[in-house]
Design a binder for this molecule. Sequence first.
Ligand SMILES: [Zn+2]
Length: 354
Amino acid sequence: MSLKKKVLSVSLSSLMALGAVSAVSMPVHAVGNGPSAGNGAIQTSILHTYDSLVDYLKTQEAKQSAMELEIIGQTVKGRDIYMAKYLSNPNNPTILFLTQQHGNEQLTTEGALEFIKHLGTGKTKGVLDNVNVLIIPMLNADGAMGDVNFSLDNYLADGDRHLTRYNANYVDLNREHDKATNKMEPEARALHENVLKKYKIDYMIDLHHQGTLSETEGELVSGSILYPTTKNVKPEVLEGSKKLGSVVFNAIEPTGWGHLGKYAGESTNNIGRNGIAAYYDISTLLFEMRGMSDHYIKSYAIGQKSNGYLIKQTITTLDSTVRAIADGSIKKADTSFWDTLPTQKSRQGEESDE
Ligand SMILES: [Zn+2]
């Protein structure tokens, strides 16, 4: 074991100890809106595996004439990375949805798969005539399957696999976005070379999961959102991001189960929300759903009884933004809510995600 590895494993166990302390002081009853903390077993077996995701996508492609699957590259371990494409007209505005840069944040992928199914039914009839949609579910398939070159023994979830934030090389893919593409990890390189550089994309939502204990106004949040905060983003691109956030906010907040805060994020371009807006002039929005599918810190992972709300939150986000772009109403979206949206705080000082 290298010295670096040794130091790392010590710091991970200290974090685990902190997680255990947090667990003891966690409220027994659900507080506030949204899915409740520690709700049910942390169980991975109900999630799609990479293989079942690929089967699902191929089944939908066979059923849906408007949908085409593209393989945009391969993961470190050689898994094909899929993108679902709905390109009805090159002159339409285009939105990209990206899930699971972090492999342990999977309910966004479950929601994206469900949304793909909706796109093939009468539920979204006519919408696709006026908007192009690109969906990359599970960018980090190796991390999602726990097929990585480091140990996940201290991860908490039950089931036949563990899910981790990092790719197989222990790299955080959401810190790759300011590099030359030939210096990037293969998953990030596939995204940049075969999607961001190849397609004309106007909007992007980068879907993640944060910990379970963030709140605003005394209520736990069901998620948090943020526009690009890099200095290098053009004003009109930033304005598009704020409008995208407005559409999402106004779709989620009235649901009763939805309660959103503003994410406290960094302004560096290595993060997708910032770098992709700065380098490609794409209006980006970060959406952090509550609770991860697996982690070594207990307060980060969320029990399976919350799955329904969080999957629904993803579907609502994708559906509302696709419709608002298709009918042009996004152009008139009121961005003033950002001025009063409280920045979320953690009840126990846990780290955030992104
Ligand atoms: Zn994440």
